[in-house]
Design a protein around this ligand. Structure first.
Ligand code: XMP
Ligand code: MG
Length: 180
């Protein structure tokens, strides 16, 4: 595939190759395998964006584990309480379990911050976060990303599960928006 990609009205340029991504995913999986030995973790995959990263990562995870999927949607509440996070699909008890949340990208960190509150309320033994990407310049929260493939600049990216207006998820490489 060429180094530039026109999606809808925007031009993107190749930023992280499939090979670079796979190498990073492999070392992340090795760390998880080491850390989670005999811990029987529960992986919570955040849909939609994390589906490709999660599939690649989990194929390399060798410890016994469970995998569940959630869909998060934030919307403005009808009252002045602000944004409400709705969690769909978390139908398993997390009490005393070792939990690893799998995300595609952490930007401001707000979505995960709200989801973390809900997960912690379910009294797990431990909660960790695995994310393919982090935008450190946008990240405003005080939790840490325990397993991270890449820190990236504060620019819009697509591919490897990430979309621009619904398009671009089906790319093995990650592309970054070209500011013209
Ligand atoms: P935060 O951490 O700010 O991120 O709550 C919320 C969600 O925003 C999406 N996001 C992106 N999606 N390219 C995308 O395709 C990006 O560069 C990007 N930055 C943030 C993503 O769904 C994340 O979960
Ligand atoms: Mg996401």
């Amino acid at each position: 595939m060429s180094n530039t990609w026109f999606i809808k009205d925007k031009l993107f340029t190749k930023y992280l190759s499939s090979e670079e991504i796979q190498n990073s995913v492999r070392s992340l999986a090795a760390r998880i395998n080491q850390d989670m030995t005999d811990k029987n973790p529960v992986f919570i995959v955040v849909l939609n964006g994390a589906f490709i990263f999660a599939a690649d990562l989990l194929k390399k995870v060798r410890v016994d584990c469970e995998i569940v999927f959630v869909k998060l949607s934030s919307y403005s509440g009808t009252q002045s309480t602000g944004n409400v996070l709705e969690v769909m699909g978390l139908d398993i008890s997390l009490k005393n379990r070792h939990v690893i949340i799998i995300e595609d990208i952490v930007d401001t960190g707000l979505t995960l911050h709200r989801f973390l509150d809900k997960v912690r309320a379910m009294e797990p033994a431990d909660v960790r976060i695995a994310s393919c990407l982090l935008k450190p310049d946008a990240f405003k929260m005080d939790y840490s990303i325990d397993y991270l493939c890449f820190s990236i600049p504060n620019e819009f990216v697509v591919g490897y599960g990430l979309d621009y207006d619904g398009l671009g998820r089906n790319s093995a490489d990650i592309y970054k928006i070209l500011n013209t």
